[in-house]
Design a protein around this ligand. Structure first.
Ligand SMILES: [Zn+2]
Length: 98
C-alpha cells in the first residue's frame, strides 16, 4: 500500500512507502527527516553499545612461563564468563524488546 506525503523541503506531494528512507520525487530530500534522524540516532547508539561491550581478551603466548599462563587463563576465564553474561543479557533485552 502506498501513501503520499507532502515534502517538507519543496512542498510537493510524493509517493511515500512510510519508510524513513523515502525521498521526495521532486527534490530528492527525505520525506520524513525526523524519522530518518531517529533511525540514524538508533543505529549510532547500537554501534556505541557494541563498542562498549567489546572486551580485549587476554592473549596467552607460547613463551609465557607456566605461572603466567596459569593466571592469564584464569583472567581469560573471567573475561569469557563476563562476555557470556553480557551477551545473554543483550539477547534477553532484545527478546523482551522484540
Ligand atoms: Zn521535495
Amino acid at each position: 500500500m502506498t501513501a503520499s506525503r507532502k515534502c517538507p523541503h519543496c512542498g510537493h506531494w510524493s509517493a511515500w512507502n512510510q519508510s524513513p528512507t523515502d525521498l521526495c520525487e521532486h527534490c530528492h530530500h527525505p520525506l520524513d527527516p525526523i524519522a530518518l534522524e531517529r533511525q540514524q540516532a538508533q543505529e549510532d547508539r547500537r554501534e556505541e553499545e557494541k563498542k562498549r561491550f567489546t572486551v580485549d581478551l587476554i592473549q596467552i603466548n607460547q613463551e609465557d612461563s607456566a605461572f603466567t599462563k596459569f593466571y592469564k587463563s584464569i583472567g581469560l576465564g573471567f573475561q569469557l564468563a563476563f562476555v557470556g553474561i553480557v551477551s545473554f543479557f543483550l539477547w534477553l533485552i532484545a527478546l523482551l524488546a522484540g
